[in-house]
Design a binder for this molecule. Structure first.
Ligand code: IMP
Length: 192
């Protein structure tokens, strides 16, 4: 069985990818390989951050591995908050403050088009591969729903009327940017 390290501490992401990857591939978490390092994420693109995290694992542990990075890209804000989505309002991982800032920045702006974009970076036998998942949608004006995390209460994906936070994890995880990216990654892994 082929083994890959997924460079994340997020149990939810791990489960999401494990559910897609099937039985031929084993995924190890950072915990499984005894990695407690605070892996740097200092690039200014999603691709750069995903590669930075994967390279850290490859160079430190010499194992096949992959990492992901996600951002919310708002058209009227020239792609912001993008790679800075987690700390848009300054405070790392303060979703309430991030949503408040985004809604303020979009006040009076009619174009509400946005997309979530995830990049997976895989390093296999020293060779790097990138996979991208995108979900297009709209930023609404007031929060709706309580499921999910991050910007979910203000994002309605195209083709749906509910926000990610209203539809709940089961549906969201089928159609999300991460799911689309993970499916591409898994399709590639399953051809090995
Ligand atoms: P990460 O790369 O998965 O850590 O995502 C960076 C930031 O993007 C998170 O802190 C969230 O603010 C936002 N984000 C990522 N994925 C989602 C999602 O599925 N829903 C809402 N916000 C997300």
């Amino acid at each position: 069985m082929k083994k890959f390290v997924f460079a994340t501490n997020n149990a939810h992401k791990l489960q999401e990818v494990e559910a897609i990857v099937g039985e031929k591939i084993e995924i190890l978490s950072l915990k499984d390989i005894g990695c407690q390092a605070d892996i740097p994420e200092t690039a200014d693109t999603l691709e750069g951050n995903a590669l930075q995290k994967a390279r850290f694992i490859y160079e430190t542990y010499h194992r096949d591995c992959f990492a992901d990075d996600t951002g919310l890209e708002v058209e009227a804000l020239n792609g912001a908050p993008g790679v800075y989505s987690a700390r848009y309002a300054g405070d790392a991982h303060n979703s309430e403050a991030n949503m408040r800032k985004l809604l303020q920045d979009l006040e009076g702006i009619e174009n509400r088009k946005a997309r979530f974009r995830t990049v997976f970076a895989l390093i296999l036998n020293g060779k790097e591969h990138l996979f991208e998942g995108i979900v297009n949608g709209q930023i609404i004006k007031t929060r709706r729903g309580t499921a999910g995390f991050g910007y979910d209460p203000i994002f309605v994906p195209d083709g749906y009327t509910q926000t990610f936070a209203e539809m709940g994890d089961a549906l969201k995880n089928k159609i999300s940017h991460r799911a689309v990216g993970a499916q591409k990654l898994c399709k590639f892994l399953n051809t090995l």
